[in-house]
Write a protein that binds this ligand. Structure first.
Ligand code: SF4
Length: 80
């Protein structure tokens, strides 16, 4: 995973997500609240999607993770 992570709290380490399809792609495309169909499609096909979603919900990340915006993840986190 080669995403830019703007503000991880001290002591929090981003897990290695084997097979992350965003690795090596332009990270700016994921740093938005309005993801493109391209970004959503990459995430939908990603073998790391479940682990990515769980981690990003737990850490309240900004941007698109697991094909979801921060708002969408917050809703999903409240529903689980
Ligand atoms: S689900 Fe999306 S953001 Fe998460 S690792 Fe895969 S491609 Fe990257």
């Amino acid at each position: 995973m080669t995403r830019y992570i703007p503000a991880l709290p001290d002591g929090v380490v981003m897990p290695v997500l084997p097979g992350a399809l965003c690795a090596g792609r332009d990270p700016e495309l994921w740093q938005t609240d309005e993801p493109s169909d391209y970004v959503r499609g990459v995430c939908a096909a990603c073998p790391a999607l479940v682990a990515c979603r769980q981690w990003s919900i737990e850490h309240d990340e900004i941007g698109v993770w697991a094909g979801m915006t921060r708002y969408e993840r917050a809703r999903a986190g409240r529903a689980s």
